[in-house]
Design a protein around this ligand. Structure first.
Ligand code: SDX
Length: 431
């Protein structure tokens, strides 16, 4: 925690209270209200946490006005252009870019943990074939606690490290298994001769009946999508993992909680909802109808893939994904993909509409990712599982940071109570 030299004075009920101010290395100052209730007998009120810093962190910084995203200080566009997913995983986990030797060792450790316990295959048999893969992921990742007892003691740094590697390594395998199970194809084992992204494509798309050669263009696009979704400060699912972990629950159970949160259409589920929306719009001439619906207060419809709690200018990940969509579709010879045309026209229409300008609504990370994923051959139901695979390193990195923080304590928010005050029980004959 940074030392504090400044403070703010709160005048309340004739008393004055000094609230220390902490200055960050980047971003807004924070008011330390930890002693407010003890000193002044009042709570702060911030549903949705629009003005609340839940922790201090050194992992990811977002400047919503500049549209800036840094991982350990490195801009996301540089990492997406020059790095690759497992190197970004190392950076998020350990704080620095690895040397060649460190990277080789890290990639080797992840590669050798990509298989799952053979008995975990049986878990899938309990699910309906048409279960959403996110439902399967929540269940199977939570069940990892039942298999990997030797990495659930969070007080042991070595067990924390093993659990971190296991989660990063096995999520692609479990996600691919969920996909294979949903289409009635046999599970495909990981291969140690393939890199992380290529291995995932191989586990998803190869079949025992013939050889499968991973398209390097798709592998590069897959790796870039993983990198762009790796971490994002204290978003809803990361905050879920942190809160679940604050009780001392094991990392597999906490990541399963994060997966459940990410599934929501306002969060990671938006990539699936966005592509389904683009398909519902269908053609450019129907865009005005949907823009009108998005602006209609009486219509719950929202433009999926638009808006963000933090970004009020542009989501830098959307910028990279838009370029990647152009590249991938052109390289695949489907640059005239009607969905891409609808997406680009929708973006331009919205960006020139006063409603979206006034409310600072711009395409976010989920707006273009679905177009690439569909072009790669994934069904929309696999979009959020892919986001889950990528974000696992962010959840794990934030979890490790929190567990190692000596200030770490169980998260226990209070409330503004508006219910009944004390009243006596009435026997049923008198009601
Ligand atoms: C992710 O937090 C993260 O970092 C998340 C994420 C990550 O990497 O972890 O970036 C990933 O979740 C990206 C967001 C994906 N979700 C969507 O694309 C769903 C559509 N977007 C919205 O639901 C919304 O924009 C949110 C949830 C993303 C943000 O919601 P906020 O910050 O709570 O904003 P809000 O709902 O209060 O909206 C502010 C205003 C409202 O109008 P008023 O009540 O002020 O009149 O803008 C309107 C909203 O009605 N609005 C939209 C809109 N998003 C907000 N109107 C139409 N379409 C939209 N998409």
């Amino acid at each position: 925690m940074t030392d504090t030299k400044k403070s703010a004075t709160l005048s309340l009920n004739g008393e004055s209270y000094e609230l220390p101010i902490f200055s960050p290395t980047a971003g807004p100052d924070v008011l330390d209200i930890r002693k407010l209730y003890a000193q002044a007998g009042v709570f702060t009120y911030d549903p949705g946490f629009t003005s609340t810093a839940s922790c201090d962190s050194t992992i990811t910084f977002i400047d919503g006005n500049k549209g800036e995203l840094l991982h350990r200080g490195y801009p996301i566009d540089q990492l997406a252009g020059k790095s690759h997913y497992l190197e970004v995983c190392y950076l998020l986990l350990y704080g620095e870019l690895p040397t060649a030797t460190q990277l080789e060792d890290f990639e080797g450790r992840v590669t050798r943990h990509t298989m799952v316990h053979e008995q975990m295959h049986n878990f899938f048999r309990g699910f309906r074939r048409d279960a959403h893969p996110m439902a399967t992921l929540v269940g199977v990742v939570g069940a990892m606690s039942a298999f990997y007892h030797d990495s659930t003691d969070i007080s042991d740094p070595w067990q924390r490290e093993v659990a971190s590697i296991r989660l990063i390594a096995k999520l692609p395998t479990i996600a691919a298994m969920a996909y294979k199970y949903s289409i009635g194809q046999p599970f495909v084992y990981p291969r140690n001769d393939l890199d992380y992204a290529a291995n995932f494509l191989h586990m998803c798309f190869s079949v025992p009946a013939e050889d499968y050669n991973v398209n390097p263009i798709l592998a590069r696009a897959m790796d870039r999508i993983f990198t762009l979704h790796a971490d994002h400060e204290q978003n809803a699912s990361t905050s879920t993992v942190r809160l679940a972990s604050s009780s001392g629950a094991n990392p597999f159970a906490c990541v399963a909680a994060g997966i459940a949160c990410l599934w929501g259409p306002a969060h990671g589920g938006a990539n699936q909802a966005c592509l389904e929306m683009l398909k519902e719009i269908g053609t450019v001439d129907r865009i005005p109808e949907f823009i009108a619906r998005a602006k209609d207060k009486n219509d719950p419809f929202r433009l999926m893939g638009f808006g963000h709690r933090v970004y009020k200018n542009t989501d830098p990940r959307a910028t990279v994904l838009k370029q990647s969509a152009d590249e991938v579709l052109e390289l695949l010879g489907i640059e005239d993909n009607p969905l891409l045309q609808v997406a680009k026209e929708l973006e331009q229409t919205a960006l020139h509409d006063p409603y979206f300008i006034d409310k600072k609504l711009f395409p976010n990370v989920d707006f273009y990712s679905g177009i690439i994923l569909e072009a790669m051959g994934f069904p929309t139901s696999m979009f959020t599982p892919i986001f889950t695979v990528a974000r696992t390193v962010g959840w794990v990195s934030q979890w490790k940071e929190m567990i190692a923080d000596p200030q770490n304590k169980i998260g226990r928010p209070r409330q503004l109570y508006l219910g009944e005050t004390t009243r006596n029980y009435t026997d049923i004959e008198n009601r």
